[in-house]
Design a binder for this molecule. Structure first.
Ligand code: PLP
Length: 370
């Protein structure tokens, strides 16, 4: 019998995936973690052209120089940072970027802090690396700095994600600056997963990388260009660690797809689709919020970014019980427990579907759980 490595002991398929795969045909899908918008035309054409012109060889490990330059310029314009192409590594999606960054940064036994509720990939990657994982709950108003400081003062890395999956919260300027100051004071690295950075509504999202050179930004085109299947993301890291990240990425996967890199160049060269996505998603969010207010039960903050809504319905049952009841009434959703203990009794509802479908889905959930 073949035995897995002992470090894989706690690493399992996530509850998120299990529920995402449960959606039967014909169900209204409020469980999706990806946009349903078609690929922007300029991005599609760039991919087709790359194939037709035979751009199907390996790229340099860190990605094509032109794309790395474009990523750096785009990051500086969006966030007010000061990066160059040398800071950028092109990855096979944010997921691979996360693995490569943590692989290059975290030693066995190192302490790593995750802000919770959290995207379910962070803890298993750290467990597979033999790190000691500490979860720190977010407060209603965002990061609880007292709790974070006591957990992170001896940590190697703090991993966070804004705009947030699953809560839809954004990181306001003041909190981004406070986090950067904390990283400076205690010397931990900030792994800032900003894969939803282009999707914000009333206020923009701020990156902690403005205030410290101890931050690693992770981003990509899955959410900003509705291109999750192209598997294209990137890491923006201080030069002191960038070459180690590049080496980790090299031995994981050599380089990202050349065709997807061509598509990513188009996605960053003309960003009009991002504005259109924000506009459409804001309407969908408002439709969901409006229906939720009729429930007169549960508590939730209105999402300021990403495309998720995370109501606390613990007075009605556990997240898995509620998700099963919703599914039995034809709506697929994700139980909050998929995002850690802080998600107990919550549901994650995606507002990627058309507004009418969202409204019908919310009515059916109410019928099932209230
Ligand atoms: C917070 C977060 N980080 C990373 C990822 C992975 O993104 P990618 O498709 O670029 O690998 C996702 C995907 O849903 C996500 O929600």
């Amino acid at each position: 019998m073949m035995l897995p490595a002992s470090r894989m002991g706690q690493v399992r398929k996530s509850l998120l995936r299990t529920y995402a795969e449960k959606a039967p045909n014909g169900a209204i899908n409020l469980g999706l973690g990806q946009l349903e918008f078609p690929l922007p035309e300029s991005v599609r054409q760039a991919g087709i052209r790359a194939l037709q012109d035979g751009h199907t060889r390996y790229s340099p490990n860190a990605g094509f120089a032109e794309l790395r330059q474009l990523v750096a310029e785009n990051c500086n314009a969006e966030r007010g940072t000061d990066f160059t192409a040398g800071n950028v590594i092109i990855n096979c999606g944010a997921e691979e970027a996360l693995f490569a960054a943590l692989f290059a940064l975290v030693d066995q036994g190192d302490k790593a802090v995750i802000l919770e509720p959290a995207y379910p990939a962070y803890a298993p990657i750290l467990q597979a690396l033999g790190a000691q994982v500490n979860m720190v709950r977010m407060a209603e108003a965002g990061i609880d700095f007292t709790r974070l400081e006591s957990a992170a003062r001896d940590a190697k890395a703090v991993i966070l994600n804004f705009p947030n999956n699953p809560t839809g919260a954004i990181l306001p300027k003041k909190q981004a600056a406070e986090l950067a100051a904390l990283a400076e004071r205690h010397g931990f690295a900030v792994i800032s997963d900003e894969v939803y950075s282009a999707l914000y509504y009333e206020e923009r999202n701020f990156s902690p990388a403005i205030g410290t050179d101890q931050a690693i930004i992770i981003d990509g085109i899955s959410k900003r260009a509705s291109a999750a299947g192209l598997r294209l993301g990137w890491t923006i890291a201080p030069l002191s660690i960038a070459r180690q990240l590049e080496a980790a990425h090299q031995y994981l996967t050599t380089c990202a797809s050349s065709v997807s890199q061509a598509a990513a160049m188009a996605a960053l060269a003309d960003k009009r689709h991002e504005q259109a996505f924000r506009h459409a998603l804001q309407q969908r969010r408002d439709a969901m919020w409006d229906e939720f207010r009729h429930w007169q039960v549960g508590r939730a903050a209105k999402p300021g970014g990403a495309f998720y809504f995370f109501p606390d319905l613990s007075e009605l049952g556990s997240g898995t019980e509620l998700a099963d009841q919703a599914l039995a009434n034809g709506v697929s959703v994700i139980p909050g427990e998929a995002f850690g203990n802080a998600g107990n009794g919550h549901l994650r509802l995606s507002f990627t579907a058309a507004p009418e479908e969202i409204r019908e889905g919310m009515r059916r959930i109410a019928e099932a759980i209230l």
